[in-house]
Design a protein around this ligand. Structure first.
Ligand code: 3PG
Length: 209
């Protein structure tokens, strides 16, 4: 999982209302060079969307975001999710993911939460909501203490600040919804999604080589 992120350190966060479009969105992201895709469990279509992507887009590595409970985790892994992301830290979610042998990236926003996660044995943490919770300078401060932890900032990340985050060695990858705008999905403008993905990948390559 970590080596996959090292290759493509940008994770599109997809909020999808229409499972039929999920495959097209995933194909567009893969075409733009971003195969790691987080589909949030914020819509009724999420499980069907993840199942469809897992079956029909073999080059994608699809996971579930906004996983709030152990039950959520079990259901979405059964649907085909290959990794789990949470907005916060909850032991039930972590335990469920570990029982299922699926990578879990829980959200943290403070040193206390990072320390709790560290004591659960977790070394890859989502920093959420990144911009609102202190952005680049907060990650620098956390990373100076939690030296064996890497972060996935998400929340307010965009093409405008992606470089600033990726320049930090403690940032494994950045997540965000800017790559899959609701309007582009609604309009079926999948080329736009490929363009946004390619632009983000170009920024990542510029920073990380
Ligand atoms: C998430 O689901 O992780 C965040 O809502 C994504 O935040 P963004 O929409 O600011 O990218």
């Amino acid at each position: 999982m970590k080596s996959l992120f090292e290759k493509t350190p940008v994770v599109p966060v997809v909020v999808i209302d229409d499972a039929d479009k999920a495959v097209r969105v995933a194909e567009a992201l893969v075409a733009g060079g971003l195969p790691i895709i987080e589909v949030t469990m914020r819509t009724a279509a999420a499980a069907d969307a993840i199942a469809a992507i897992a079956k029909q887009v073999p080059d994608a590595f699809v996971g579930a975001g906004t996983v709030l409970s152990g039950d959520h985790a079990r259901a979405i892994v059964a649907a085909g999710a290959k990794f789990i992301v949470s907005p916060g830290l909850h032991a039930d979610v972590v335990t469920a993911a570990e029982d299922l042998s699926v990578p879990i990236i829980p959200g943290i926003a403070t040193a206390t939460e990072a320390q709790q996660a560290w004591n659960m044995g977790l070394r890859v943490l989502k920093f959420f909501p990144a911009e609102q919770a202190g952005g680049v300078s907060m990650i620098k401060a956390l990373a100076s203490v939690f030296r064996d932890v890497v972060f996935m900032p998400t929340g307010g990340v965009s093409a405008a600040n992606l470089k600033d985050y990726l320049e930090l060695p403690a940032v494994l990858a950045c997540g965000g919804s800017w790559l899959t705008p609701a309007k582009a999905i609604a309009d079926g403008d999948f080329d736009r999604i490929t363009t946004l993905a390619s632009e983000a990948l170009a920024i990542a390559k510029e920073v990380r080589g």
